[in-house]
Design a protein around this ligand. Structure first.
Ligand SMILES: [Cu+2]
Length: 125
């Protein structure tokens, strides 16, 4: 096998390994929304230089309160955007803001700050 082919093959394998590792770790960090008695699921995401947890697992078809607890005044995180659900919400500093939505079918939806710098994922199952 020519050296360049070998290089491409090794690079490809390294990429596959990285992708698996990334999604495995991201999956490990995902937090499951807790279900209330009314069938409403709720999860709190801390906003401080990023989103913690950065991945949230929720059930499809059930109303969801996604509570953003913003613990900073840095301008970067003052807005949260969930584009797939048409959400753009101002998050007052040092307050909790609940975004209410009902995720329909399974899928992964990104939530970001207004500039798309901070990122989190809403995993609908
Ligand atoms: Cu930002």
């Amino acid at each position: 096998m020519p050296a360049v082919d070998l290089l491409v093959a090794v690079a490809g394998l390294a990429l596959i390994a990285w992708v698996n590792w990334y999604f495995f770790l991201a999956g490990q960090r995902a937090v499951q929304a807790s279900s209330g008695s009314s069938g409403r699921q709720e999860v709190t995401v801390t906003v401080r230089g990023g989103y913690e947890p950065s991945a949230v697992r929720v059930q499809a078809g059930q109303p969801l309160s996604l509570v953003f607890d913003r613990q900073e005044s840095s301008g970067c995180s003052e807005e949260v955007v969930i584009r797939d659900f048409g959400v753009r919400r101002y998050l007052p500093a040092f307050q909790k803001t609940a975004v209410e939505l009902t995720p329909s079918g399974p899928g992964t939806h990104e939530f970001t700050c207004g500039m798309g710098m901070l990122r989190g994922r809403l995993i609908v199952e």
